[in-house]
Design a protein around this ligand. Structure first.
Ligand SMILES: C[S@@+](CC[C@H](N)C(=O)[O-])C[C@H]1O[C@@H](n2cnc3c(N)ncnc32)[C@H](O)[C@@H]1O
Length: 258
């Protein structure tokens, strides 16, 4: 099954809309992953983050770009979806945030060599056609000692059940009617660590990112959102996504440029 990345142009106008399935990334996933990244930043690059040059690879509507910009980072956001980039630009301007958004792909980043202290790629690696090239490009864009942050989806039975069956196939629970994910494109932590190492990025920690709500509440939330009883933003908040022990579904972590 081919991933339908065109969905980010079709639905791209709705990234910030509470009722949009794309907003699932925002409600608790953005706060959950950003809290972890903030901690890694402080440990690895020190508490003074204002002025750090940050590259957001596959920035979508700019959920994380705005978080890093609000910290004072100089953020460049890259995404192949022109609709998403347009929405991200307009939203940042509405908040008075200066973010340099560019249309481009992770496999061919429109940025100079060694231009960034920090690069991050969140919920994107499982969408790209050439992970190896995206990581090679990321390594090229980072300065020596720079930090790479990521989250992505593991390739396990559990991820097939949640990310494929529940989120995109079962009529009662699915988020959209299109193939936003292809299980074969999910990446195990060991595969990602190997790819990072091949390109001179030294893997650090990897840890789980997942719902902390009870499984029945998660299931009920998906059904309520599908039926239009709650928004996808509300669903996301109810999931209470954050750091969890298991890496069986999604995981996040960091690496350092050698
Ligand atoms: C699930 S969204 C994640 C958006 C954003 N990173 C976030 O977490 O809010 C996946 C994004 O990856 C982008 N994408 C797809 N193929 C890509 C590629 N080859 N390089 C960079 N981004 C890509 C899509 O356009 C989309 O915006």
């Amino acid at each position: 099954m081919a991933v339908d990345n065109e969905v980010y142009d079709r639905l791209g106008e709705t990234w910030w809309d509470e009722a949009s399935p794309l907003n699932v990334l925002h409600g608790s996933i953005t706060p959950g992953r950003f809290a972890y990244f903030r901690g890694v930043l402080a440990r690895r690059l020190g508490t003074e983050v204002a002025g750090l040059r940050a590259l957001d690879i596959g920035c979508g509507g700019g959920f994380l770009a705005e978080e890093f910009a609000a910290l004072g980072c100089q953020v460049t956001g890259v995404d192949p979806s022109p609709v998403s980039i347009g929405v991200a630009r307009a939203h940042a301007a509405g908040r008075g945030l200066r973010i340099d958004y560019r249309v481009g792909a992770g496999e061919d980043l429109p940025v100079a060599d060694a231009a960034f202290d920090l690069a991050y790629c969140c919920d994107v690696l499982e969408h790209v056609s050439d992970v190896d090239r995206v990581i090679a490009e990321t390594a090229r864009a980072l300065r020596p000692g720079g930090l790479y942050l990521f989250d992505t989806i593991n390739r396990t039975h559990a991820s097939k059940l949640l990310a494929i069956k529940a989120m995109q196939q079962w009529p009662l629970t699915r988020l959209t009617d299109v193939a936003i994910h292809d299980w074969d494109m999910f990446i195990t932590p060991a595969e990602l660590a190997g790819t990072l190492e091949r390109h001179g990025l030294v893997p650090g920690e990897m840890t789980g990112l997942g719902a902390r709500a009870r499984p029945l509440a998660v299931l009920g939330g998906f059904i309520s959102a599908r039926r239009g009883r709650i928004t996808y933003g509300e669903l996301s908040r109810r999931l209470d996504v954050g750091r969890v022990r298991s890496t069986a579904i999604s995981y996040m972590g960091f690496a350092t440029a050698g």
